[in-house]
Design a protein around this ligand. Structure first.
Ligand code: ZN
Length: 410
């Protein structure tokens, strides 16, 4: 049996590692399955070695078969920051922030994109495409540039200008699509089929990209001294990050390195919360959201046409005895400032939702003080500075002492 294969999550059909998105048989989500037994010693050796500076430390657990195809800008290896002032304020002694804004393009998307673009090289593709709310766009353009590939990028009209500019300067060919992210998703899928481009849309559409997200779990395992946190809170759009992190911990558990798995909390914005809506109604079926309305644009994904992504996330939430929770724009904005002013972590609104979710869940006593908690901070504040700083009220003065004095409070 080969080291890895693709398997349909729904009908269990097995495929070799080829360029396939959803199941041929039933349209279900595909997952890379590893035959750990054939490589157990090598994999355990990789997992136990001290972390190096990028995700390729775990290459035996990633679906790129020829090391010559790996494309890297040293993504991953991001710091786990222990809460200081926020720990004191909340009473949580084991509160941590996994700061994914330190990735090359400033967002966690570099993990799935590095794997996805490497896989495109392995498949011999010259053009790659993604649908994105902004961060995946910037990341794909970045990695395509490094790999020497051409990238087409479909984004909603309302994408924050910083992300658009980042993708553009990195050479991405950008086309805006009217309506929500789900429309951009549909166009990317259409384009990939029509023009035979490799689709690296980072929902669950590309089974290889999702594997990059797993590496966060391996890093946390090291950074927490081989312990598993009680809770991991994840900003959630379609939710591949929830799936990836949980899969990483499931592997560690399977390989006998840990004796438990974390509880996963999927955090969404109240203005676009299809997964939370299903969770709260006790349903395992997710309905697409209408028109999103939130400052957390990075996770504003209505899941229209790919509701099964949300259902897979729900399954993980239940399997891990976790939860799904929605937070308001005011709570998100509060979290942006809390993280920045107390811990020096400047995050975009869509990234601060994990901390906003933590606040809500700890206040409701779902997460308890003695438990260890990791909030994943998915993207940098400079990605979308406008929403947190609309009316700054910053004074302007001349080079004059009296004018200066009128603004200094002693
Ligand atoms: Zn299937």
């Amino acid at each position: 049996m080969s080291k890895m294969h693709l398997q349909c999550i729904r009908c269990k059909k097995i495929y070799e590692l080829k360029e396939l998105y959803l199941c041929d048989e039933c349209g279900g989500i595909l997952e890379v399955q590893h035959n750990y037994l054939g490589k157990k010693d090598r994999v355990i050796h990789e997992l136990l070695r001290l972390p190096s500076f990028n995700i390729w430390k775990y290459k035996n657990l990633l679906p790129v078969e020829d090391p010559g195809h790996m494309v890297t800008l040293f993504e991953g290896g991001t710091p786990l920051i222990k809460g200081n002032h926020l720990s004191k304020k909340t009473g949580f002694g084991k509160l941590y922030f996994k700061d994914e804004s330190r990735n090359p393009s400033g967002a966690f998307k570099d993990r799935p994109m590095a794997v996805g673009v490497s896989k495109a090289k392995e498949f011999g593709r010259e053009i790659v495409v993604t649908a994105s709310s902004g961060n995946a766009a910037a990341s794909l353009a970045t990695y395509a540039a490094k790999a020497g590939l051409k990238s087409y990028i479909f984004i909603p009209e309302s994408t924050p200008p910083g992300k658009v500019s980042q993708a553009f300067v990195n050479g991405g060919i950008i086309i805006k699509v009217k309506g929500s992210y789900s429309n951009a998703y549909a166009v990317a899928k259409m384009a990939a089929r029509e023009f035979h481009w490799m689709n690296i849309t980072t929902t669950f559409l590309n089974p290889y990209a999702v594997e990059g997200d797993k590496t966060i779990a391996y890093e946390l395992y090291h950074q927490l001294d081989r312990k598993v946190p009680d809770w991991i809170l994840v900003p959630t759009g379609a939710g591949p990050l929830v799936f990836g992190i949980y899969k990483g911990f499931t592997e560690l558990n399977f390989l006998g390195l840990t004796d438990k798995k974390p509880r996963m909390a999927a955090v969404q914005a109240e203005g676009c919360a299809p997964i939370v809506q299903a969770f709260e109604s006790g349903s395992r079926k997710v309905d697409a959201w209408g028109t999103p309305g939130t400052i957390a644009s990075a996770i504003a994904d209505p899941l229209k046409g790919y509701e099964q992504d949300g259902e897979l996330v729900l399954e993980i939430v239940h399997d891990s005895r976790g939860t799904a929770v929605a937070v308001s724009d005011d709570e998100i904005l509060g979290a942006v400032f809390d993280l920045a002013k107390n811990e020096g972590i400047y995050s975009e609104p869509g990234a601060a939702v994990s901390y906003a979710g933590f606040k809500k869940l700890s206040e409701n006593n779902v997460i308890k003080e003695k438990q260890s908690v990791v909030c994943v901070i998915t993207g940098h504040g400079l990605k979308d500075p406008g929403s947190a700083a609309e009316n700054l009220n910053i004074p302007v003065i001349g080079p004059d002492l009296e004018e200066l004095k009128s603004h200094i409070k002693l």
